[in-house]
Design a protein. Sequence first.
Length: 616
Amino acid sequence: METNDHASRRRAKKKSKKRAATRETANEREGVKRTKSHARPGDDDGREATTGTRTGDETKRLAGTDKDARDAREDADGLSTSYLASLDEGMKRSIKSFRKRARDAQTLLKRAMKVKDVKFFNRLVKDFGNDKQYGFAKEAFERIARSGLTPNVYSYTNMLNAATRVGEVGEMRKIWKEMRDAGVEPNEVAYTVLVKGECQAGNIDRAREIVREMIDGGVEPNQRTYGTLLRNCVRYGDVENAAKFVQTMRERSSPPDATACEYYIKTMCGELMVQQTLSFIRDVKRDGIEVTAQSYVALATAASLVMPAEEIAMKACEDARAKLDADVRDAPGTANSRYDDDYGDGCDDDYRIRAHEGDDSAADVPSKSVQLFLQLRAQDALREIEAVESYITDIPLKRRVQIAELAAKGGEQATNVRILGGGGESDKTVDAADAGADVRIEICSGHGDWITRRAKLDPKIQWIGIEMRRNRVLLTWMKALRLGVEKNLRLVCGMAHDALDVCRAPPGSATEVYVNYPDPPEWVGSSQVLVQDTFLRDVHRVLKPGGHLICVTDDSAYAMRMCRELRKARSLFETTEPEGKPFASGVPEDYGASYFDSMWTLGNQRDRYTLRYVKI
């Protein structure tokens, strides 16, 4: 009996070893190295070594951060990943999602080393770049050479795009230099990506020089190149360069399409150039080019503030409604490729892996983010149409004449607007308010819906809105004029760190500082992070004793990061949540409407978080 038991145990042990060996073989075949190390939640670039034999230092380089040291640091602060995840289901889902993305990326990188094909590596760099996983994109690019292969123009172009998408202009320029030093000639796509990066950094004149170099080198700019230039002219209110780009398109037998025309129209309307816009629209129609609904809305907004142009504004509203109706009839539920630059890159990882396995059906996966964006555009257009119509029909003529006189001076000349980096306006400041006034500041004020409505609710409260995009500041200024809140609303265009200095909010003057839906850092190494030590010290300086900092975001990873930053600044701030909880899930019902509320209502339904902290 004992012999049988012994034999049974030996057989069971042998089977167990065989099953373990089978699992190990399957894991190797699948390319997944199963360890306890995972990507840092919210960190697209946290990763482990995936191929070959590496030194400990190299493994840590790939991992981005040593996990044990990271966990020890987080536990010391009392805000470990596991603790934050235990407080909210959305954060828990986010952590699982980021870990899955890291594992899938490791699978693809390991497979690429076995395939050793430049096209495969190029596709990896492209997909990682589009997904804003810059660390993985860089690793895939570097492995091309380590595999004994030579990067081609597509390799460099995809890497340029990866750097551009996360706002790393310095990295982009470095890659461009490496490409030229390697003797690789750029094509129109590579040039366009370079133009996009410079434009996003506000270097439109440099972008224009690149286009000239492009033409001199025998590479013809395409519609996307010009569209990139014009889109950023809108952001920076650069009418002069926008006009030159449109003229260049016509001279080079590449007439502007509907999107390019929309950008030029928006740029002119931002400066209230109503007659010039009307003339351009007539030319566009004569050439048989579509005029978009958003173009008509921009004209309506500008014309409503110019006297006497009420009829132009009302006609533009009518044309915009007709175009929106036509768009719904002609293309229900479809995505428009003209927005591929900024939307539609959020494809799930299963789709991305199927694409590398040669599954053509992956190309048919619809982009929900593009569809949501197009719905938002239509909704925003209708809301602005209604606001213009209501303003013209409900506001007395005498008051509209007064507003038109204020508008005629232009946003940059208004006493309540400050554009940083505005040349001759560099000495201009915006006074926060009289001493003792209730001052409240919104950072990342966007299109101004939230702050203008708040300013309207109580004229006694002095509001300051800070936004880095010039076109958004001017749009907010126009809304403020229409709502009659120009006296209790100040606007500053610039980066938050600089703007808090120039808005003349004296130390200890603000009751509340709001940070509404800030752009999350694009990747772990990003230099573009708003909520960090320097910023928190600036906010602490302007707040009154007992004043509040309120941060709202729909990005769970950024919410966790902000919680940790505020935890490190616990000598300056403490949470107001019960039992010291670092955040509250959701947004208070009376918080106010914004662009992101519209996204949520239309079906985005992302988890939202509120961080409310009091100055110590």
